[in-house]
Design a protein around this ligand. Structure first.
Ligand SMILES: Nc1ncnc2c1ncn2[C@@H]1O[C@H](COP(=O)(O)OP(=O)(O)OP(=O)(O)O)[C@@H](O)[C@H]1O
Ligand SMILES: [Mg+2]
Length: 387
């Protein structure tokens, strides 16, 4: 079956899909500039494997909690079938696929302006089963492991996200990270707690809109071939410079500091990126800090909470000890702005019924200790006065 890959209404390429709804070929190239970032290589050649990966990566990942249960409930064979039923439309970027010979416009199909179904999101959130499911939803193309659903509140597109079974701590971590960013004046997606059906979730506004879309760091990373001598960090800066993404060093400094404080173990290359205008293709700014919930020992028992231990990052370096050394400037950082943050965290955690008070207190203390460790690092890395 042939579809036209579109970026809003710009025709990008004719794509053939196999019977498993996976792209098996690029039939025609209409507009190279508008291919998803990273698909066209530095030398101008189209990397067919990357467009296939891009499509598959667009669907709900198999590790999403309750994923196979939900597919069964809604009677859909696999994630690609689910994806194609909503033309791959998301609320994060402006790509979609339109069946060849069907004449549809972005204005008629996009979810920024048009209503969408809540059925898939509801199915993930254990809401009551239906006889038939309306599959026109941005939930079919939402990334990430945690259960989540898009909703509309007062006309705003809002993402509601759960925690992982066990401690269900991620929504609380999102909320405290928002507060840290707010206090330090770091651009961020603001997450609040939402209490619904006896459980806490995080809720945030869409960081994109009908004009601006999110491009993942993993796709930005493909803008240039990596010189074997360049670190991931150095290479990423070079790619951002090539794409003219401004302010990147400052914003990465801030992200790495926040991640150090919260001991974020999951800042992989889809958990940061940049925002661009989907018509001019101009990058306007690095994406605000988002998806910081996999942090603060969310999956650890009280005895395994160790603020001094080796903590992985999945980002530019493998540990925070190594990564914090990449921060080029701390002059903007004011630790006084974080006074009392551990009490604020404890107050949030007290709402969580899934684990005991001792662990909550230990987490609040660990957060304070990370701030002190950062302070010690900053002091030790200042040039010493040699007299
Ligand atoms: N505020 C937002 N506005 C627009 N798109 C968003 C927003 N938050 C998340 N997304 C999109 O949804 C995806 C999944 O969200 P998120 O990364 O928060 O989920 P997750 O389940 O915690 O992910 P992970 O698997 O990285 O832990 C993001 O990668 C991004 O594409
Ligand atoms: Mg994520």
């Amino acid at each position: 079956m042939e579809y036209i890959l579109k970026h809003k209404d710009v025709e990008v390429a004719g794509l053939s899909f196999n019977d498993k709804n996976i792209i098996d070929n690029i039939v025609t190239v209409y507009n190279k500039d508008h291919f998803p970032a990273g698909v066209v290589q530095e030398d101008g050649r189209i990397h067919v494997g990357r467009i296939e990966d891009w499509w598959v990566g667009r669907g709900i990942p198999g590790e999403r909690e309750r994923f196979y249960e939900v597919l069964k409930e809604i009677n859909v064979k696999n994630k690609n079938e689910l994806l194609i039923k909503s033309f791959g439309i998301s609320l994060t970027d402006h790509y979609w696929v339109c069946p060849k010979d069907v004449h549809l416009k972005w204005k008629e199909v996009n979810f920024y302006e048009n209503d969408f179904s809540f059925d898939i999101g509801d199915a993930f959130f254990y809401r009551s089963k239906k006889d038939t499911y309306n599959l026109r939803a941005p939930d079919n193309s939402s990334d990430g492991k945690l259960i989540k659903r898009w909703s509309v509140i007062d006309g705003k597109r809002m993402l509601i996200k759960g925690g992982s079974s066990g401690n269900y701590q991620e929504p609380f971590n999102e909320a405290i990270t928002s507060s840290i960013c707010q206090r330090l004046n770091i651009p961020h997606v603001k997450y609040d707690l939402l209490y619904e059906d006896g459980e806490y979730y995080s809720i945030c506004e869409n960081m994109t809109n009908g004009e601006y879309e999110l491009v993942y760091a993993s796709h930005i990373f493909e803008a240039l071939y990596r010189n074997i001598n360049d670190s991931f960090y150095r290479h990423y800066i070079k790619c951002c410079d090539k794409l003219n993404i401004k302010n990147i060093i400052d914003r990465l400094n801030k992200m790495m500091v926040v991640d150090y404080i919260i001991a974020n173990t999951d800042r992989h290359f889809s958990n940061f990126g940049a925002i661009r205008n989907s018509e001019t293709l101009e990058y306007v700014y690095p994406a605000p800090v988002y998806d910081s919930g996999t942090s603060l020992w969310h999956d650890k028992n009280i005895n395994d909470i160790n603020e001094n231990g080796i903590i992985g990052t999945k980002c530019f370096e493998s540990t925070h000890f190594a990564q914090i050394k990449l921060v080029t400037d701390f002059s903007w950082y004011d630790k006084n702005k974080l006074v009392g943050i551990e009490d604020e965290y404890l107050e949030l955690l007290l709402k969580n019924a899934h684990f005991e008070i001792e662990r909550k207190k230990r987490l609040a203390l660990a957060l304070r200790k990370r701030i002190e460790m950062l302070d010690a690092f900053i002091k030790s890395s200042r040039p010493q006065n040699i007299s």
